[in-house]
Design a protein around this ligand. Structure first.
Ligand code: ATP
Length: 342
């Protein structure tokens, strides 16, 4: 659906050139929810704006839904933009228009007749859960409701791709979740391809299937969300993953656990899927002459599946402890021995 080939973007100004994107290659599948994460200045906005022709690459090629967006201009670009919609952090609504009128706006521009327009707006209001708010003005709506108007407006002309530019960054956590759920619902119901940019790993974890991590104009890591969470490679990715998986003070907690359990090994286990850990722990306790203390655990759901981390203390005689750790390593479990007290 989306091909970005060898894209480079240089902004030229009097104070000097800024290379915002350096040789980006990405391919995004139809129907995918794809996330781009990075800190401020990494180049995320520049990248997403290339997808609807708001920025033109200095070098390279951008193709969306079979059209080379980086080449087309004028009327064909406007036509392409109906297929590639966008929602924004600050919603970009028309403040003097009601909800209905905001949503109808792109249909008016596309020349859709009044009767058809009204029918489509009613469908969209229903789809995004805004029934009863038709006549309200944006100033009378909550942040979440404003973004629902933004989403309805973006979907008006049946786009193939929805671009989300920090779409939940101005919302509180609960409202963020409800908007993310709406995006997943729309993706499933309409088969829409969604590309979002964010600086929050929670957003990626919650709805994306794949993620690209950007730093200094480059994609430094790319993969399925579950894989990136389990095995982040770059330091920046590790930092993002820590935003949602581990308490920032994990190291402190481990130190405390080690002090509290000086007699055994402290092991961190990472499981995929919610139901995998119980049989492994049961076997461990039953078949080995050791004692197992479950110290701390957490399950992190992602769009694909859940994964859990469990800190356990294993104590007993040296050989039994070693055998039990080997047993864990032989299972579908990532094992990290954090202490060596045995
Ligand atoms: N129109 C422009 N002219 C000059 N430099 C620009 C322009 N737009 C972006 N840049 C520069 O390009 C780099 C990437 O910016 P970009 O906005 O794409 O990053 P970002 O990851 O989206 O960050 P943020 O989340 O803060 O918007 C930055 O160094 C920025 O200053």
């Amino acid at each position: 659906m989306i091909q970005i080939q060898n894209v480079k973007k240089i902004f030229r100004s009097k104070s000097g050139d800024v290379t915002a994107l350096k040789n980006i290659d990405l391919s995004i599948e139809q129907g995918e929810i794809f996330g781009v994460i990075g800190y401020s200045g990494a180049g995320k906005s520049t990248l997403i704006r290339m997808l609807n022709g708001l920025e033109v690459p200095t070098e390279g090629k951008v193709e969306v839904a079979g059209r080379e967006v980086s080449k087309i201009k004028g009327a064909s670009l406007r036509k392409a933009r109906q297929e590639i919609s966008m929602i924004f952090q600050h919603f970009n609504l028309l403040w003097s228009r009601t909800v209905t009128e905001n949503i109808a706006f792109p249909l008016e521009i596309a020349g859709v007749p009044k009767q058809q327009r009204e029918k489509r707006v009613a469908e969209l209001i229903n789809l995004v859960g805004l029934s009863g708010k038709e006549k309200s003005y944006p100033a009378q709506l909550s942040g979440g409701q404003k973004q629902r108007v933004g989403i309805a407006r973006a979907l008006a002309n049946n786009p193939k791709v929805l671009l989300c530019d920090e779409a939940t960054s101005a919302l509180d956590p609960q409202t963020t979740d409800s908007i993310l759920e709406l995006l997943v619902d729309i993706n499933k119901r309409l088969g829409l391809t969604i590309v979002l940019i964010t600086h929050e790993m929670h957003v990626i974890r919650k709805i994306c299937e794949r993620v690209a991590v950007m730093e200094d104009g480059r994609v430094v890591e790319l993969g399925r969300v579950l894989d990136v969470f389990r095995h982040p490679e770059q330091n920046i990715t590790k930092r993002f993953v820590q935003q949602v998986t581990e308490q920032q003070d994990t190291k402190e907690i481990i130190d405390v656990l080690m002090k509290q359990h000086p007699e055994g090994e402290i092991v961190k286990l990472t499981f995929i899927g919610e139901r995998t850990e119980q049989p492994v722990i049961t076997t461990l306790i039953r078949d080995f002459d050791i004692s197992v203390n479950i110290l701390q655990g957490k399950i992190t759901p992602t769009q694909e599946s859940s994964y859990g981390t469990l800190f356990v203390g294993i104590s007993g005689n040296r050989e039994a402890v070693e055998k039990s750790i080997q047993f864990l390593k032989d299972q579908q479990v990532d094992v990290e021995v954090l202490s060596n007290n045995g």
